[in-house]
Design a protein. Structure first.
Length: 117
Protein backbone atom coordinates (compact mmCIF):
# COMPACT_ATOMS: atom_id res chain seq x y z
CA UNK A 1 0.00 0.00 0.00
CA UNK A 2 1.51 3.28 -1.08
CA UNK A 3 0.48 6.92 -1.38
CA UNK A 4 2.63 8.98 -3.71
CA UNK A 5 2.36 12.75 -3.46
CA UNK A 6 3.64 15.00 -6.22
CA UNK A 7 3.26 18.47 -7.67
CA UNK A 8 5.09 20.58 -5.14
CA UNK A 9 7.53 23.28 -6.12
CA UNK A 10 8.69 26.85 -5.73
CA UNK A 11 6.21 29.53 -6.71
CA UNK A 12 5.56 33.18 -6.01
CA UNK A 13 2.82 34.53 -3.80
CA UNK A 14 -0.44 34.64 -5.71
CA UNK A 15 0.45 31.71 -7.95
CA UNK A 16 -1.27 28.35 -8.10
CA UNK A 17 -0.16 24.75 -7.75
CA UNK A 18 -1.94 21.45 -7.98
CA UNK A 19 -0.82 18.57 -5.83
CA UNK A 20 -1.64 14.98 -6.68
CA UNK A 21 -1.70 11.89 -4.52
CA UNK A 22 -1.83 8.58 -6.26
CA UNK A 23 -2.66 5.47 -4.28
CA UNK A 24 -1.57 1.97 -5.15
CA UNK A 25 -1.70 -1.44 -3.59
CA UNK A 26 -5.37 -1.39 -2.83
CA UNK A 27 -8.53 0.40 -3.79
CA UNK A 28 -9.10 3.58 -1.84
CA UNK A 29 -12.31 4.56 -3.51
CA UNK A 30 -14.24 4.20 -0.24
CA UNK A 31 -11.61 5.81 1.91
CA UNK A 32 -11.59 9.40 3.01
CA UNK A 33 -8.56 11.18 1.59
CA UNK A 34 -6.86 14.14 3.13
CA UNK A 35 -4.04 16.63 2.90
CA UNK A 36 -1.95 17.83 5.81
CA UNK A 37 1.08 20.07 5.99
CA UNK A 38 4.01 20.61 8.28
CA UNK A 39 6.68 23.23 8.74
CA UNK A 40 9.88 22.78 10.75
CA UNK A 41 9.30 22.90 14.48
CA UNK A 42 5.54 22.69 14.17
CA UNK A 43 3.06 19.88 14.37
CA UNK A 44 1.47 18.53 11.26
CA UNK A 45 -1.77 20.38 10.60
CA UNK A 46 -4.92 19.52 8.76
CA UNK A 47 -5.51 21.20 5.40
CA UNK A 48 -8.44 19.47 3.72
CA UNK A 49 -10.19 16.18 3.27
CA UNK A 50 -12.78 14.60 1.07
CA UNK A 51 -15.10 11.77 1.97
CA UNK A 52 -15.01 8.38 0.31
CA UNK A 53 -18.01 9.19 -1.80
CA UNK A 54 -16.51 12.52 -2.76
CA UNK A 55 -19.70 14.20 -1.75
CA UNK A 56 -18.32 16.19 1.14
CA UNK A 57 -15.22 18.27 1.57
CA UNK A 58 -13.76 19.99 4.60
CA UNK A 59 -11.08 22.67 4.87
CA UNK A 60 -8.98 24.40 7.42
CA UNK A 61 -10.04 28.00 7.86
CA UNK A 62 -6.64 29.16 6.66
CA UNK A 63 -7.16 27.68 3.19
CA UNK A 64 -10.93 27.89 2.78
CA UNK A 65 -11.82 29.66 -0.44
CA UNK A 66 -8.33 29.22 -1.90
CA UNK A 67 -7.77 25.45 -1.91
CA UNK A 68 -9.97 22.79 -3.44
CA UNK A 69 -9.70 19.07 -2.82
CA UNK A 70 -11.08 16.62 -5.34
CA UNK A 71 -10.74 13.00 -6.35
CA UNK A 72 -11.13 11.06 -9.53
CA UNK A 73 -12.81 7.72 -10.04
CA UNK A 74 -9.53 5.91 -9.61
CA UNK A 75 -7.21 6.27 -6.66
CA UNK A 76 -5.98 9.80 -7.12
CA UNK A 77 -6.82 12.85 -5.05
CA UNK A 78 -5.88 16.41 -5.89
CA UNK A 79 -5.34 19.63 -4.02
CA UNK A 80 -5.73 22.71 -6.16
CA UNK A 81 -4.05 25.60 -4.39
CA UNK A 82 -4.79 29.11 -5.62
CA UNK A 83 -3.69 32.52 -4.40
CA UNK A 84 -0.82 30.97 -2.54
CA UNK A 85 0.71 32.84 0.37
CA UNK A 86 4.12 32.65 1.98
CA UNK A 87 2.51 31.03 5.02
CA UNK A 88 1.40 28.12 2.84
CA UNK A 89 5.04 27.08 2.62
CA UNK A 90 5.30 23.57 4.06
CA UNK A 91 5.75 19.94 3.29
CA UNK A 92 2.38 18.63 2.19
CA UNK A 93 1.36 15.09 3.00
CA UNK A 94 -1.53 13.10 1.66
CA UNK A 95 -3.31 10.56 3.78
CA UNK A 96 -6.12 8.05 3.68
CA UNK A 97 -8.41 6.56 6.28
CA UNK A 98 -11.15 4.03 6.32
CA UNK A 99 -14.52 5.72 6.46
CA UNK A 100 -15.34 3.92 9.71
CA UNK A 101 -12.17 5.10 11.42
CA UNK A 102 -11.03 8.42 12.84
CA UNK A 103 -7.39 7.51 12.36
CA UNK A 104 -5.48 8.41 9.23
CA UNK A 105 -3.79 5.07 8.72
CA UNK A 106 -2.00 5.64 5.42
CA UNK A 107 0.45 8.43 4.63
CA UNK A 108 2.40 9.56 1.61
CA UNK A 109 5.99 10.75 1.69
CA UNK A 110 5.32 14.48 1.38
CA UNK A 111 5.99 17.08 -1.26
CA UNK A 112 7.57 20.46 -0.60
CA UNK A 113 5.67 23.62 -1.43
CA UNK A 114 7.60 26.87 -1.16
CA UNK A 115 5.91 30.20 -1.73
CA UNK A 116 8.16 33.22 -2.02
CA UNK A 117 6.75 36.61 -1.10
Amino acid sequence: VQLQASGGGLVQAGDSLRLSCAASGRTFSRYARGWFRQTPGKEREFVAYITGSGGNTYYADSVKGRFTISRDSANTVYLQMNRLKAEDTAVYYCAARDSSSTRWGYWGQGTQVTVSS
